[in-house]
Design a protein around this ligand. Sequence first.
Ligand SMILES: Cc1ncc(COP(=O)(O)O)c(C=O)c1O
Length: 409
Amino acid sequence: MKVENNQIYFGNESAARLVEQFGSPLYVYEYDILVRQYERLKNAFKDSTPSILFACKANSNIEILKILKRLGAGIDAVSPGEIFLALHAGFKPEQILLTGTNLTRDDIIYTVENNIIINIDNVSMLEENGDLFTGRDVSIRLNPDIHSGGHTYLDTGHRDSKFGILHKDFSKIIGLLKRHNANLVGLHQHIGSEITAADSLLDSMDKLLEAALAYESISFIDIGGGYKVKYHEDDTETDIDDIGTRISERFNDFCQKNERNLRLIIEPGKFLVSESGYLLTAVQSIKRNEEKVMVGTDTGMNHLIRPALYQAYHEIINASNVSGDNNEKVEIVGNMCESADVLGKDRQITVPGIGDVLCIKNAGSYGYSMASMYNARMLPAEVLIQGGRPPRLIRRRQIFDDLFFLTSD
Ligand SMILES: Cc1ncc(COP(=O)(O)O)c(C=O)c1O
């Protein structure tokens, strides 16, 4: 993304021109930023060369998955649907791990029949379905009982979280695995998103390593994802070089000291794709109330739910008039019939005219993948910008017929 002639450009195309060509709202992804983030991560962890499994819940567009595959990533999936997509993108079963929660028997059957390892998340799963794991490799998702992550909804590794197996239930799981003749090959954790303090990740990794000591069959430990990116210019992002260096050092020391040849796995989502994605939206109304100027757009919490769900900040720029004279504090709202449908509060931007295009930043992760058809609004198109090439449509906009796609007639 760059600013030229007071407008936002992606490659050779202005945001306004992209919207003219592909319609509004529109998700836009920049290939170069995806590559940059992947390389940054790989470089930060160069001393332990982990397998990088992209948490594809962050963005499951199949063309994005293919790009990450070419860069060398594998896939962290959370559902059979994500496995299906990953296999279609060309990932091999051994490059995929499933970390689902509350999986059904059918979910498990689909996964094991595709020879994909599951991170067991709860005792009931094995009590009810242990027979499906006979003779199979499995991994366990541990709950290290550590608080981390940003918003409380992003904090997943503490004792009151629904995720993972607490230390007190570990031996029960081991017993069930033995009873069903399953082979424990890995230990997993994901303590939360938006981790800035390396210490919480190091502490929880220590717990995995300590647990791994007792089991010679364990060949990998997977420490999850959760690296924070900058949403606001004053935000602190995860110091990826520091975290990568410290984790690698601790991991390598453990392997050396205990003569274990373990594989390290990391599962970044947001870090890889957040900054590469933008949501473009055309302004439909300007409402001047007593104390507020409200800018109404043709998208909303249906397409980008993070502001409503996590009170997340996403920078918003008037892409048609980046720094005009009439700069004011405005509230940017969506077109859903919901009061929570606010995309940005108190934003100092050039007051747009009707039809101006706004650019919402950091929409590459948990944007389209969390979008819905609420209010029977169509899902937007997605476009990839790669070097000087013409923009490529990587998912078409939905049409009214898509509203019928699950009905019988
Ligand atoms: C199991 C698991 N791994 C990895 C991730 C990726 O997290 P992030 O996008 O913050 O890196 C998530 C996110 O929810 C997750 O649930």
